[in-house]
Ligand binder design. Structure first.
Ligand code: GLC
Length: 571
């Protein structure tokens, strides 16, 4: 059967998602913190870009130890973001523009200020005691934000478990009453018109036996606990399926080989997951918060491995930046002479792979890392705890900062740059975190006014993707996989064959005849021939994908790892 007939065409597969970090997007009331009214002001901007879905990072009541990823009340809006009326207003305004809303649910843990935990920690007889995980003695497992994973609870003399900060106690998914509460929270938001959920660290919800020694990388260790798939299947049957909700689970520690267990359609669990393989590409294997060099060949291999693992089995999610990572241009691209070209190249990569693309706020105007100068300028708990540990270990501040600036999550959290006015037009007050001084030249107003801007390139690239089913559903076949500078692949569906060629380097690269007979659909330079620094081209080719997938093709010394690629999507 023709692939076009067999591929399910769920709405979220054709969609492009935009991730908003509300604290840093737009501050309408001048208190220095972004808010829901601010987001509502900017919806027409998202429509112009061509977005279908907005994923909103947590906006629930929270003491903000981890900027809202520590929820004190899952049904209440944090006052700094506005009121429930503001939320309803935003949801209506989105609906009026055909935008769908995806909320972020933090269900692996709550805040220690949640009423469940306040009650549970006060007494062993609390009805909520078993919503959390208690032991008389801790083990030696480590927490993601530093220190041990157990904290002693003075009132009851025992210890509670937390994979993240002590203020983020883990919820006990073993308890069916807890799981019912969580499903009710999902129903509450679904009734408000929410179209789906991004599920925070969902791969961690089922815990390993506590007598297991902790070995290897921390994400791998906490992921894929024995009951995770039971819980997800139950959630699917109870809520996701009956209410038709879309899901994307954040899945640190889940390998490509295990991914189908989470997203294969017939398993009835999640629609998509975010893997961490390329998130960790510039980190040491032992410590996610330590920088390490990365190579394009690794990025190619990772993205190819994930396409291959999910082809015909489940749907991929695509991202190059988010609120937990430094800016993609600073990590993978260029922040100097080739900055614009690099920004457009990564837009092309994100929007021409198979899967649902997620654009992180500000990437569409080419935002880059901020030159934070001292520890006092950082806001993230990872920076605070990292520095406390480093200092205790006798490390010099400058040495710590030289490493931390390469991994800091705060780069993604500086104010969105709307115009050249103070703080980039984000707030009329003092922003909660400094703006990148670069807002003077890199901002939305300037981008909208320049037809050749990164923004307009994203807009055209999104439009092209939507008009081209091969870019959404087509098979993906890497070309010349061993090339250290060029990332090239074809996307093919029916008789449509598209060639994507990306020069991920600051040097010119000769690509011989590759793409010579193609028609350019989009590119970040004019013309053809030798690729210029960070040049990206998408070409429509005549012919068969097989010509490119065969080792006979001049540019196609296909790495043996990719041979035998199931080009029919495993169907
Ligand atoms: C996820 C979030 C991150 C948060 C962590 C703990 O990784 O994306 O921002 O700190 O979970 O909730």
């Amino acid at each position: 059967m023709h692939i076009e007939d067999t591929q399910a065409r769920a709405w979220w597969k054709q969609a492009v998602v935009y991730q908003i970090y509300p604290r840093s997007f737009r501050d309408a009331d001048g208190d220095g913190v972004g808010d829901l009214r601010g987001i509502a002001e900017k919806l027409d901007y998202l429509v112009e870009l061509g977005i279908d879905i907005v994923w909103l990072c947590p906006v629930y009541a929270s003491p903000n130890v981890d900027n809202g990823y520590d929820v004190a009340d899952y049904r209440a809006i944090a006052p700094e973001f506005g009121t429930m009326a503001d939320f309803d207003h935003l949801a209506r305004e989105m609906d009026a523009r055909g935008l769908k809303l995806v909320m972020d649910l933090v269900f692996n843990h709550s805040s220690d200020q949640h009423e469940w935990f306040r009650s549970a920690r006060a007494s062993k007889d609390s009805p909520y005691r078993d919503y959390y995980i208690w032991r008389d003695e801790p083990n030696d497992w480590r927490a993601v934000f530093g220190g041990g994973a157990w904290t002693r609870n003075e009132p009851t003399g025992d210890w509670y478990f937390h994979i993240f900060a002590p203020e983020q106690p883990d919820l006990n998914w073993e308890n069916p009453a807890l799981r019912r509460e969580l499903y009710d929270i999902m129903r509450f938001w679904a009734e408000k018109g929410v179209a789906g959920f991004r599920l925070d660290v969902i791969s961690f919800i089922s815990k390993q036996p506590f007598d297991r020694p902790q070995t290897g990388g921390i994400f791998d260790f906490y992921a894929n606990g024995p009951k995770v798939h039971d819980y997800l299947r139950e959630m699917h049957a109870e809520v996701l399926e009956p209410l038709g909700l879309m899901t994307v689970g954040e899945a640190p520690g889940v390998s490509a080989a295990d991914a189908p267990l989470y997203v294969a359609e017939e398993r009835g669990e999640l629609d998509m997951i975010f893997h961490f393989d390329h998130a960790g590409i510039d980190r040491t294997p032992e410590d996610f918060w330590r920088p390490a060099p990365w190579k394009l060949s690794d990025l190619k291999e990772i993205l190819t491995r994930w396409d291959r693992a999910l082809a015909g089995r489940g749907w991929n999610s695509l991202y190059l930046g988010n609120h937990d990572l430094p800016r993609l241009l600073s990590r993978f691209g260029d922040t100097g002479a080739h900055r614009e070209a690099a920004a457009k190249l990564f837009a092309t990569l994100l929007l021409t792979l198979r899967g649902t693309p997620y654009i992180y706020q500000g990437d569409e105007i080419g935002m880059i890392n901020t030159p934070f100068e001292s520890i006092a300028e950082y806001r993230d708990i990872v920076a605070m705890n990292g520095w406390a540990d480093a200092r205790a270990g006798g490390r010099d501040e400058n040495e710590f900062l030289a490493d931390h600036i390469l991994v800091s999550r705060d780069h993604a959290r500086t104010p969105m740059q709307w115009d050249a006015s103070s703080h980039g037009g984000f707030t009329s007050g003092e922003p909660w975190i400094r703006a990148n001084p670069d807002f003077v030249s890199t901002n939305v107003a300037a981008a909208l006014a320049d037809p050749e801007s990164v923004f307009h390139f994203y807009r055209r690239m999104i439009a092209l993707r939507k008009a081209t089913p091969a870019l959404v559903h087509g098979d993906y076949v890497p070309i010349d996989a061993g090339n250290p500078d060029v990332f090239a692949y074809v996307r093919t569906l029916g008789d449509v064959l598209l060639l994507v060629v990306l020069n991920v380097s600051g040097m010119a690269v000769d690509i011989g005849d590759l793409g010579r007979d193609g028609t350019t659909m989009i590119g970040n330079y004019d013309g053809r021939g030798t690729l210029r620094p960070f040049e990206a081209r998408v070409l429509r080719m005549a012919g068969e994908a097989g010509e490119f997938a065969s080792p006979a093709c001049s540019m196609n010394e296909v790495d043996p790892a990719y041979m035998g690629l199931d080009r029919q999507g495993g169907a």
